[in-house]
Design a protein around this ligand. Structure first.
Ligand code: ATP
Ligand code: SF4
Ligand code: MG
Length: 324
């Protein structure tokens, strides 16, 4: 299917000059229309940096040092998000691409009713709408994410964490963006809530037709809910494949390790083995394949030469010398 967002050779650093560390390295990734793309990797692998880089929400000292993020609007010509002016960017965010991060539910304004916070987004982006139309749209969105009519005028503290998260999704969808990114940090361990939120988002996607990038450390969620999965290690995408292919037959030793570190979907619960060793330090990236010090399959070329992501048949690609 058609692409909606194409990330090309994206590089993101934290800091400048001698102090700079590269957190996203030469990332190439395409999000297609209507698909759910899962992004997985250990803590520190660069998932959030990639998400914030491609939406230009990177907090300082983050800097995009190269690449392109080509966005395909519903109407009109594709353009590079990295070339947008600040003013254009304000129109792009929310309206074309919306991002919801886990902590976001705590960013609701405590002194405003939730319905008001949704109408505020419309007031800023859709000045041509009447007050009545804004109210109607806000209520429709809240209903869509499962907030009962009698809760719409509640204040954030009157709602549970899960409900506040749903309000954030409603807010993210209110301008009908083509892309919704959800970033769940590894440290947030509430997988039950993640599952509910993701399930609901996918249901909405089927109705409204947007594309989703879902970021989590929980590969079992991704296997279940996404169409494609990209795995990150040390700032690079090391494998990208249809979800079923990752589950059945991951090619990269790191993907296999990640799969081994979550319990099986069906059948007896496996021991959580984890991957021995720790994620690489950005200041002292191992040479060659940055996974080589932890890789059970490392062989002669691995410490010397960086494997690049290459197609390996069946609509998938992998960056590993075992699969050249
Ligand atoms: P998690 O699963 O824990 O959310 P992540 O995959 O999202 O991890 P990032 O937050 O993107 O990882 O971080 C990637 C790397 O960039 C890490 O090594 C991190 O230490 C580094 N990093 C992140 N933010 C900053 C910052 N503000 N300054 C310097 N380094 C940073
Ligand atoms: Fe392991 Fe070598 Fe493949 Fe890297 S390139 S994952 S070290 S086998
Ligand atoms: Mg993160």
């Amino acid at each position: 299917s058609e692409p909606v967002l194409e990330i090309r050779n994206l590089n993101v650093d934290y800091g400048l000059g001698d102090q700079a560390v590269r957190a996203v390295r030469d990332v190439n990734l395409t999000l297609h229309r209507g698909e759910v793309l899962g992004l997985a990797g250990e803590s520190g692998s660069g998932k959030s940096t990639l998400a914030y880089g491609m939406t230009r929400l990177l907090p300082p000292p983050g800097v995009i040092t190269g690449g392109e993020v080509i966005y395909h609007p519903e109407k009109g010509d594709p353009y590079d998000v990295l070339g947008l002016s600040d003013r254009e960017l304000r129109g792009f965010r929310w309206a074309e691409t919306a991002i919801v991060f886990q902590g976001a539910m705590n960013s609701l304004n405590p002194v405003h009713k939730i319905s008001t916070q949704l109408t505020d987004v419309l007031r800023a982006h859709r000045p041509e709408m009447t007050e009545a139309a804004r109210n109607a749209r806000a209520r429709e969105m809240l209903k869509l994410v499962g907030i009962a009519a009698d809760r719409m005028d509640a204040y954030p503290h009157q709602l549970s964490g899960g409900m506040r998260q749903r309000v954030m999704i409603g807010m993210a969808l209110i301008l009908q963006p083509q892309v919704v990114i959800m970033d769940e940090p590894t440290t947030a361990l509430d997988v039950v809530m993640q599952r509910q939120i993701l399930g609901q988002l996918i249901e909405l996607r089927e109705r409204l037709g947007f594309s989703v990038v879902f970021i989590t450390h929980d590969l079992s969620l991704l296997v279940e809910f996404s169409n494609r999965i990209a795995i990150m290690y040390g700032g690079r995408i090391v494998e990208e494949a249809p979800a079923a292919a990752i589950y059945k037959d991951a090619l990269h030793p790191y993907s296999k390790g990640l799969l081994g570190s979550f319990p099986a979907l069906r059948g007896p619960r496996r021991e959580l083995t984890g991957i021995p060793g720790s994620p690489p330090d950005l200041k002292g990236m191992p040479s060659g394949c940055s996974f080589h010090p932890r890789c059970p399959k490392a062989f002669e070329p691995c410490p010397d030469k960086i494997p690049v992501l290459v197609p390996s048949g069946g609509d998938r690609s992998v960056a590993c010398w075992l699969h050249e």
